[in-house]
Ligand binder design. Structure first.
Ligand SMILES: C[S@@+](CC[C@H](N)C(=O)[O-])C[C@H]1O[C@@H](n2cnc3c(N)ncnc32)[C@H](O)[C@@H]1O
Length: 353
């Protein structure tokens, strides 16, 4: 019988064409041999059963055939929380954590932010322009920039667990927890596996959160995550964009509408890595011919639901900043875009008058 260490060495060699073969092999080993990371480190000589060995090779060959790692393991880390994911539901990307971070910053502020001020100031929580914890640009964000190197990263960067570093500003979350008033209402449109809504729910247990999606599959996974993580302040609702909000009578009630909407154009989709096109749900990524169709509806429609002084916070794609900022009219006191760790303009924040 083979040991953990021996199978790990074989796995690394099998997966050698991925950028991080050791990490890939380790994650697959942990999954199919039901071992914890500690055991992997402390008992490399432990013998594996024939079934465990067979399962490992099955997973490795699926991985070699292009299956995203997160779908093989069934999990993905986001905001230091392990989420269940499954085919048909988008795998959360690290840069989306910036949406969570912005909401926590805004909710803990005493004064509203001057969003017309485009000049970043040092130590101004909203001024710094590069604050996500993402280390690697992921597939969705490189739709427009398909250099071979980036494409290789995108193709293989479904590792999630290991590529996200821990929060670098925990005090900020604590501040949000302490300061967020009880009556705040946050809506997450297009919740997917629930990553944004659940991360906010954990940070802000006193806030009422609604999470919506037009995909039944996504909502089922989001509900499962919410129950496994023992979240009790999220209401899930199905339907397209604002229809659940109308049903729930949330007109002028929302302090925040947040979203990571589909924003990839048809052309960009055709240029995305096969790992994404063959396995991830197109409807979760593609908005239409221009890529801006859903963002346009989001900006127009959210005016009715955000209360005066409330915020719209959403993710955009690379190269969309100027066009998206030009969509805001006089109903908004300003709109501003913040960049992720890779310097890519990523999250738009706008304040409702
Ligand atoms: C880019 S994914 C984001 C998922 C998750 N929030 C995240 O950050 O990973 C977009 C999500 O919006 C959902 N969606 C697409 N069109 C929608 C619509 N018209 N109304 C509501 N949800 C929609 C998709 O099913 C998908 O779950």
């Amino acid at each position: 019988m083979i040991t953990i260490q021996e199978l790990f060495v074989k796995g690394k060699s099998l997966l050698k064409d991925f950028p991080q073969p050791a990490l890939e092999a380790k994650i697959l080993l942990l999954k199919c041999c039901s071992i914890e990371a500690e055991e992997f480190l402390l008992s490399p000589e432990r013998k594996l059963t024939r079934k465990e060995e067979r399962d490992f090779y099955k997973l490795a060959s699926k991985r070699l055939a292009g299956f995203p790692l997160a779908y093989l393991t069934g999990t993905k880390e986001f905001w230091s929380i392990l989420f269940r994911v499954s085919p048909g539901v988008l795998v959360p990307r690290p840069e989306t954590e910036l949406v969570v971070e912005k909401v926590l910053e805004l909710i803990s502020l005493d004064e509203p932010v001057d969003l017309m001020n485009q000049i970043p100031t040092k130590n101004n929580t909203l001024g710094h322009e590069t604050i996500t914890r993402s280390k690697v640009p992921v597939s969705k964000s490189i739709a427009k920039n398909n250099t071979p190197a980036l494409e290789a990263i995108a193709r293989n960067n479904t590792l999630g667990h290991e590529t996200i570093t821990k929060h670098n500003a925990p005090t900020q979350e604590t501040a949000a927890k302490n300061k967020a008033p009880v009556h705040e209402t946050i809506v997450d449109i297009g919740t997917g596996c629930g990553n944004i809504a659940i991360s906010l729910a954990k940070e802000l247990p006193q806030v009422r959160i609604f999470a919506t999606d037009n995909s039944r599959k996504a909502l089922a996974v989001a509900r499962l995550n919410s129950s496994l993580l023992e979240i009790d302040n999220i209401t899930f609702a199905g339907g397209s964009l604002f229809s659940p909000l109308r049903r729930l009578k949330l007109e002028k009630k929302c302090s925040f509408i947040v979203s990571n909407p589909p924003y990839v154009s048809e052309k960009e989709w055709s240029e995305l890595a096969e790992e994404i096109r063959n396995h991830e749900p197109k409807k979760a990524l593609v908005a239409g011919e221009t890529g801006l169709e859903i963002i346009e509806d989001l900006i127009k429609g959210s005016r009715r639901f955000i209360k005066p002084g409330g915020y719209l916070v959403f993710e955009i794609g690379q190269g969309q900043k100027r066009r998206v900022l030009s969509l805001f009219n006089s109903s908004w006191s300003g709109a501003r875009c913040f960049s992720d760790l890779n310097g890519i303009p990523r999250v738009v924040v706008a304040r409702r008058i």
